[in-house]
Design a protein around this ligand. Structure first.
Ligand code: HEC
Ligand code: HEC
Length: 270
C-alpha cells in the first residue's frame, strides 16, 4: 500500500513538473532547436550561453539585468519576438541611426550599449566571435537577400493616441504580477532575473529600440503578457508601452551622435 502510494505520488510529481515546464516553455524551449553538441559547434554553443545568460557571463559589459533573450525571445527564435533568424546575412547594412553602413558586430554592440545599458564588446575578442557564431547558426537556413518569416517584431499599423493613466491601470492588471509594481522584475537568490526589469537602473536605457513607443507597443502586443502574446489590443499595447517608456531608466551618453544625417523617428526619446 505504502509502495503504491509512493509510486502514485512520484507519478503525479513528474507529471506536474513536466506540465509546468510545458506551460513555461522554459528552459526546454529557451534553447529550443538545439545546436548539436559537436566540436565544430563550439563557438555557436558558447554564443548561445552568452545570449541566454548575459548578466552571468558578461557583467563587465552588461550593466543591466537583462539578457539578449529577454527581448530576443526563446534565444532569438520566437517569430515576431524580435527574432534574429536570418540576421547574419543582413549585414553589413546602412543604419540611419549611425548615419553609415554598420557591420554585424557593431550592431550587436548597439544592443550592448543601449539595450543592456553597458559597454561595447571588443570587436575582435572571443565573446564577439561566439555571438557571431550563434547568430550564424540561427541564420543557417535563410539564404542571403531573403527575410525569414517572423523576423524582428511585426509593426502595428495605424496611429494611436495614448492615455497614460489607462496605461498605468493596464500595467497594474496585466504586467505587475510578473514585472513588479515598480517595474523591478523578479530575481532568484543568486541574482539571476527570472523576470527582467522593465524600468529603473537595471533596465534598458533611453537609447534602446525598446524605448521607442512604436517598437515597445509592437513587442508588447505580440509577446506580452509572456505566453499570452496577442491578447492585448493595439490600443491597449500603445497605452501600456507609453506608460512603460515614460518611467525612469538610464540615460544614453552617446545620444547626441545619433541620426547625424537625419531620419530620426518621431518616437525617439531624445
Ligand atoms: C531591451 C531589449 C533588447 C535586448 C536586451 C537586446 N536587444 Fe537586440 N534588439 C532589440 C530591438 C527592439 C531591436 C530592433 C530595433 C529596431 O527595429 O528599432 C534589436 C535589434 C538587434 C539586432 C539587429 C536586428 C536587425 O533587424 O538587423 C541584433 C543583431 C541584435 N539586436 C542583437 C542583440 C544581442 C546580441 C543582444 C545581447 C547582447 C541584444 N540584441 C539585446 C532589443 C533588444
Ligand atoms: C507571466 C509573467 C509575465 C507577464 C504577466 C508579463 N511579462 Fe513581460 N516578460 C516576462 C519574461 C519572463 C520576460 C523575459 C523573456 C523571457 O525570458 O522569455 C519578459 C520580457 C519583457 C520585456 C522585454 C525585456 C525587458 O525587461 O524590458 C518587456 C518590455 C516586457 N516583458 C513587458 C511586459 C508588459 C508591458 C507586460 C504586460 C502587458 C508584461 N511584460 C507581462 C514575463 C512576463
Amino acid at each position: 500500500m505504502r509502495y503504491l502510494a509512493r509510486q502514485i505520488f512520484r507519478g503525479a510529481l513528474a507529471l506536474s513538473i513536466v506540465s509546468l515546464l510545458i506551460y513555461l516553455e522554459l528552459p526546454v524551449r529557451a534553447s529550443s532547436e538545439n545546436i548539436i553538441r559537436h566540436p565544430k559547434n563550439f563557438w555557436a554553443l558558447k554564443g548561445q550561453r552568452l545570449f541566454n545568460e548575459t548578466p552571468r557571463f558578461l557583467k563587465e559589459y552588461n550593466h543591466s539585468s537583462l539578457s539578449c533573450s529577454s527581448c530576443h525571445l526563446r534565444g532569438g527564435q520566437k517569430p515576431f519576438g524580435a527574432s534574429l533568424i536570418g540576421v547574419y546575412n543582413r549585414y553589413p547594412r546602412y543604419q540611419a541611426r549611425a548615419g553609415r553602413v554598420v557591420t554585424l558586430p557593431e550592431r550587436i554592440n548597439g544592443c550592448f550599449v543601449r539595450s543592456l545599458s553597458g559597454k561595447p564588446l571588443p570587436l575582435k575578442g572571443n565573446e564577439m566571435k561566439a555571438f557571431m557564431a550563434y547568430l550564424q547558426w540561427l541564420s543557417k537556413d535563410v539564404p542571403a537577400g531573403k527575410k525569414a518569416p517572423g523576423f524582428g517584431i511585426k509593426k502595428i499599423k495605424g496611429i494611436f493616441k495614448t492615455n497614460l493613466s489607462r496605461g498605468k491601470t493596464l500595467y497594474a492588471v496585466r504586467c505587475a504580477r510578473c514585472h513588479g509594481r515598480n517595474g523591478e522584475g523578479v530575481f532568484r537568490g543568486d541574482g539571476r532575473a527570472l523576470v527582467p526589469p522593465v524600468w529603473g537602473k537595471k533596465s534598458f536605457n533611453i537609447g534602446a529600440g525598446m524605448a521607442r513607443l512604436s517598437v515597445a507597443a509592437a513587442f508588447i502586443k505580440w509577446n506580452m503578457p509572456r505566453w499570452q502574446g496577442g491578447s492585448l489590443s493595439s490600443q491597449q499595447s500603445y497605452d501600456i508601452a507609453d506608460y512603460l517608456i515614460h518611467q525612469p531608466r538610464p540615460d544614453f551618453a552617446g545620444k547626441n551622435k545619433d541620426w547625424p544625417k537625419g531620419g530620426k523617428p518621431a518616437d525617439a526619446r531624445y
